[in-house]
Design a protein around this ligand. Structure first.
Ligand code: NG1
Ligand code: ZN
Length: 547
């Protein structure tokens, strides 16, 4: 990259976005996150990176989403979508770290020059790179999106297209569709979901439908707003939307999927009047969902019965397995597998294994789960927090579509194949998507004729507890690649093991968060009191080793 015009362009625009002193960022579990007031330079630089990524991949479209998901309102962040709709390839993360932390415009230019040369990226006025931009509802989003635009267009021949407020999975879906040469607008997304939902509803065998209203907690974010739009197109689903963000509530504050899953209590806006009703919570950018209901015996308390990502995964696995069963021997040969993380409830892993499915474990963060799920014909992955999806391999899809043509319409086999095809269209295969996940859960419950309580009985969760511990330096915790054992600080794992031994069915681990400045503690045991006590003792150990 010797072109004077290019260098001048980056030097000029980067001087608009000086890096705040002492800012030290790392790409983390899902991109950069931090206090929104500090992120302008980061977003601008990631804009440049997105353009380079587009150029590297024959000018395919890249997605850049401004969001801090479940984090607090004053935070913001960036998530990138590769042309496939998946997360940015991990081999570009070190470059992302380097340019985000470059101390001056000159340093930035020299890092970019070096990288462009190494990767053989050709920059030119006519190179045609394209980056699609979206943001969640955070007030800082508009300003940061502008910084991203300037970063993108500071690379010659690259353009940014601003799609405004979107859910993260909508942007990933649109990028995937665009690069496949398909219709890729937001309304195409709604149309595609509506059509496949309608198809699945039409394939429900008997009218055992569960038509009771679903209550949605939109986390005061973008998800509720988009569900309001989608609701206008759908029939066969009655949903009441709360915490839309218009009623004075604050994004993610005592609402939303992360809050409900971690605290296991009722979100704001829900209460005694909702006892027994099927409820669902989205997170701030609508890439996670968890279901819950308030139990009969709650006696005015705030505890909920939680149906987390593990239970959603189990429901999906059961439904898909049922369809494959209708396909006889060919169905049996299909490799249906499940991917979980160390946070998965032990009871859910036992349940899917008993179903005869292969289960593999991946590190926290969907980029790791997604990769492993691609190994199967049908790979279902979910984090306990409700982030997950189902992947159908290309070869399996072409077999399935061929099969659909061979079979006679209306036969059991034909219906099973049609359901699988419709699921592959309904579920967002780019990334976990609360809206598409909700539609699939709802259609399966109607198909089974199940209430939320009946679904909850698939297995009983082992009692668990998650806590976060604020420490001066979370990077002092280093874990094994499976994240279940701490290698550093020295001696802490032995101490944790000593605590685990005291509990029946005890299991616990710690890891540094990749999205918040905390160390996370997870504990499981045979009773809730035991899980709480194990989590607390491990948290104390973290404090004493790192405090
Ligand atoms: P960190 O903060 O690295 O634990 C959290 C979630 C991940 C993932 C990312 C991205 C837990 C325990 N961790 O990561 O699973 O969803 O956020 O949003 O829920
Ligand atoms: Zn999210």
């Amino acid at each position: 990259m010797d072109d004077e015009t290019q260098i001048a362009s980056i030097l000029k625009s980067s001087s608009l976005y000086p890096i705040p002193q002492s800012l030290k960022l790392s790409y983390g579990t899902a991109g950069f996150r931090g206090d929104a007031s500090l992120l302008d330079s980061t977003v601008y630089r990631v804009g440049i990176l997105s353009s380079l990524r587009s150029l590297k991949l024959n000018s395919s479209t890249i997605g850049l989403m401004i969001t801090a998901s479940h984090n607090k309102l004053s935070d913001n962040g960036i998530k990138l979508s590769d042309p496939s709709g998946g997360m940015l390839s991990q081999d570009w993360e070190p470059f992302a770290d380097q340019i985000a932390n470059a101390s001056s415009p000159q340093k930035l230019v020299s890092l970019i020059r070096e990288f462009v040369e190494k990767e053989g990226i050709v920059i030119g006025e006519k190179s045609g790179g394209e980056v699609w931009l979206g943001r969640d509802t955070r007030p800082s989003g508009e300003r940061l999106l502008r910084a991203a635009e300037i970063g993108v267009s500071s690379v010659l021949g690259c353009v940014a297209v601003d799609f405004g407020v979107l859910t993260t999975p909508q942007l990933h879906w649109m990028v995937r569709a665009k690069n496949r040469g398909l219709r890729a607008s937001e309304s195409d997304y709604f149309e595609s979901l509506t059509a496949s939902f309608k198809c699945l509803i039409g394939l429900i065998p008997v009218s055992a439908k569960n038509s009771a209203t679903l209550l949605l907690d939109g986390a005061n974010g973008v998800g509720g707003m988009k569900m309001e739009v989608l609701r206008g197109f759908l029939s066969g689903l009655d949903v009441e939307i709360r915490n839309t963000g218009r009623d004075g509530g604050v994004l993610n504050e005592s609402v939303g999927a992360d809050f409900v899953q971690k605290e296991k209590v009722v979100p704001l806006g829900f209460g005694d009047k909702d006892v027994g009703v099927r409820c669902v919570s989205f997170d701030g950018d609508a890439d996670r969902l968890v279901y819950f209901y308030i139990p009969e015996n709650s006696c005015g308390g705030d505890k909920v019965e939680l149906l987390d990502g593990d239970k959603i995964l189990s429901l999906f696995a059961l439904f898909i397995k049922e369809q494959l069963k209708s396909l006889g021997d060919e169905g049996k040969e299909t490799r249906l597998g499940v991917v979980q993380t160390a946070y998965a409830n032990g009871a859910s892993t036992d349940y899917v294994k008993e179903m005869g499915l292969e289960v593999v474990f991946a590190k926290t963060g969907v980029k790791h789960l997604h990769e492993r799920a691609e190994e199967f014909d049908i790979g279902i992955y979910f984090e306990a927090n409700g982030h997950g999806t189902i992947l159908f391999s290309e070869s399996f899809m072409s077999w399935l579509v061929g099969k659909q043509k061979e079979l006679s319409e209306g036969s059991d086999e034909y219906n099973a194949v049609s359901r699988l095809v419709a699921v592959s269209n309904l579920i967002n295969q780019a990334v976990g998507d609360a809206i598409s996940g909700l539609l699939l859960v709802e259609v399966i419950l109607q198909h089974m004729g199940w209430s939320v309580q009946k679904w909850n009985e698939l297995y009983k969760d082992l009692p668990s507890r998650q806590v976060k511990v604020e420490v001066p330096d979370r990077t002092a915790v280093v874990t094994t690649s499976e994240e279940t054992e701490a290698l550093k600080p020295l001696g802490i794992q032995d101490a944790i093991n000593g605590e685990i031994k005291k509990y029946q069915r005890g299991r616990a681990f710690i890891r540094p968060s990749g999205t918040e400045d905390v160390v996370r503690v997870y504990a499981e045991a045979s009773t809730q009191e035991a899980a709480d006590s194990l989590a607390n003792s491990v948290a104390q150990l973290v404090k004493s080793f790192l405090g």
